[in-house]
Design a protein. Structure first.
Length: 576
């Protein structure tokens, strides 16, 4: 790989580093800023070699690096335990003056105040980690490589003092072991990481303040030496000599008042950048539709447990929340309307909101685990981040709560998905089959037909069935997919745990559903609202099989922008 590559491995197989956002969580992947601080610490501790300093300042000017790590499946977060650690004697007396202290019998002067501490860690094993700057110019790399290599040899830890490492400048990334890659993403990446900018080394120097403290100690020692010299002067001319020494002492004391002698500060980097984990691309081109396979997933963290049949209520609430954060100049890819108020001609070009249920597994019951925003592929990630960033992230780049008010049902709270989430319904690939695709798909929410069939379902059953099949096949092609070779439909989903396509008609008096309408018996979906006084269109669960693998997400027909017509791969012999 061209450019610069710095690699390291954890000698104990364990990375001990606290996430700056939470002391109860380990930092993983390691932030590029933390790796740079490890290099800077080695430079400060080994004499501040001039060439190595120039190499570090050159690193500050490079773009954000790619992070290459062992696969997530090989990395395990250890449970965080609180331990009580004795505080050093002088610090204990200064920081906790009112607390009783225990002392060692062999050293009564040493205070033994114990304070709770945590040491979050991640098990990495013997896999190597890398930071890669592919755009670093070869000339500069060759100029600074020897200095960086010597500096890397001096690095002993990344993070806590027990997080021991061996570091080196690599020629290439080892391919003998599987890797996953995180690339910088200036929009809504899965990970927010501290970054380095020009001046970082000088900032760390000021925060550590070694020069100020050394200067203060030097001047203090000179003052003490002059005082001792003054006391030793005897004989003729002593008065004049003492007067001269007093002047020197006063000069040094005045300089002491101007010296910054503060204690070292914990290093802090204020700049953050987004990172997104990238997957390997399929060896052969796989058909995609007009929706991007990179879903922005929101996890439900609080609120009532909702059934899948409440999809329309929660997606409408989410869409309203998105619009409320676009106080002016709402982009047409969010509103679905042109600047003159007319609907977009190509209906696949705007944002869709979907609900993500626990479905298709042995004990699935269809309750919602979260939601997702589905973007048109034509909208750049930077544009998505610019429009939605304030809704999803606080000023520190951390996910902030999104509250959806659902009337009498209550309020549910969503957060942007953490990349360590393991529940399958909250992983994009579950719904998109990216990158390899799938041939067999089935709905978890019903497809609402784009139009009414003209044939009678009783007297022209076969023609009616063929007409609906044609409507669905046309919808696939309109989305950019190939025509399916097999289409089937019915009221029951092919996925376990999903609600029926339509609710039973018998009503429950005195009970209201999420939309304030009279509730019906069963867990089926209510008819999708029709415009004006028109009757609701037919809605069915649908099964599709394609002649070739396709990549989702697949959202078909009317209601697709509010979560209806959502397909999920139907894994079986045909899709293996």
């Amino acid at each position: 790989m061209p450019g610069l590559i710095i690699g390291w491995e954890y000698l104990t197989g364990c990375c001990v580093a606290t996430d700056p956002a939470s002391r109860q969580r380990a930092e993983w992947p390691p932030h590029p800023g933390r790796v740079f601080m490890a290099l800077a610490a080695a430079w400060f501790e080994t004499g501040e070699d001039k060439d190595q300093g120039e190499a570090l300042r050159w690193l500050e000017t490079l773009d954000d690096p790619e992070i290459v790590l062992p696969p997530s499946d090989d990395v395990g977060r250890r449970e965080v335990q609180t331990v009580f650690v004795p505080v050093n004697g002088d610090r204990a007396k200064d920081t906790f003056p009112d607390e009783a202290t225990n002392s060692l019998q062999c050293a009564p002067s040493i205070a033994r105040i114990k304070q709770p501490r945590t040491f979050p860690s991640v098990w990495v094993g013997d896999g190597s980690c890398f930071l890669c700057w592919p755009n670093a110019t070869e000339l500069k790399v060759q100029r600074h490589r020897a200095s960086l290599d010597r500096l890397c040899n001096e690095v002993t830890r990344i993070g806590h003092s027990s997080s021991l490492v061996r570091m080196w400048v690599a020629d290439a990334i080892q391919t003998s072991q599987p890797k996953e890659t995180w690339k910088p993403d200036d929009s809504l990446g899965d990970l927010r990481a501290r970054r380095v900018s020009e001046g970082t080394l000088d900032l760390l120097d000021r925060q550590f303040n070694r020069r100020g403290r050394d200067e203060y100690c030097r001047l203090s020692a000179e003052v003490e030496a002059l005082i001792a010299k003054k006391k030793s002067i005897r004989g003729k001319g002593a008065s004049q000599q003492k007067l001269t020494i007093d002047q020197e002492i006063e000069t040094r004391k005045e300089r002491l008042l101007t010296v910054d002698a503060r204690d070292p500060m914990r290093p802090k980097l204020g700049l953050w950048t987004g990172y997104r984990r990238t997957d390997s691309q399929p060896s052969l081109p796989t058909p995609h539709n007009d929706f991007d396979s990179d879903l922005l997933i929101l996890t439900q963290t609080a609120g009532p447990r909702l059934p899948l049949a409440s999809t329309l209520a929660v997606t409408q609430a989410l869409r309203g929340t998105v619009l409320s954060h676009c106080v002016s100049n709402i982009p047409d890819w969010i509103s679905g309307h042109q600047s003159n108020g007319e609907p977009l001609r190509d209906g696949n070009q705007h944002l869709a909101c979907i609900a993500l249920p626990d479905a298709s597994y042995e004990y699935s019951d269809g309750h919602l685990l979260g939601m997702a925003l589905v973007f048109p592929r034509s909208v750049k990630r930077s544009e998505r981040g610019h429009v939605l960033g304030r809704m999803l992230l606080d000023r520190h780049g951390e996910p902030k709560p999104i509250e959806l008010k659902l009337g009498s049902i209550g309020v549910i709270t969503l957060h942007k998905r953490d990349w360590t989430e393991t529940r399958k319904a909250l992983i994009s690939e579950t719904w998109t089959a990216h990158p390899d695709g799938a041939t067999t798909w089935a709905t978890v929410t019903p497809v609402v037909l784009d139009r009414f069939p003209k044939c009678d379902p009783v007297q022209e059953r076969e023609a009616w069935h063929g007409e609906i099949t044609g409507i669905i096949a046309t919808a696939c092609q309109r989305l950019g997919l190939p025509a399916p070779v097999t289409v089937d439909f019915g009221t029951t989903s092919w996925h376990r745990g999903c609600s029926r396509a339509t609710a039973k008609r018998r009503q429950l008096r005195g009970h209201l559903d999420l939309n304030g309408a009279i509730a019906t018996i069963g867990d089926g979906f209510r008819p999708y609202p029709a415009k004006g006084g028109n009757a609701p269109r037919p809605q069915f669960h649908v099964f599709l099989r394609f002649a070739e693998r396709v990549v989702g997400p697949i959202l078909l027909c009317a209601g697709r922008f509010l979560g209806y017509g959502l397909f999920k791969p139907l894994w079986g012999e045909a899709n293996r």
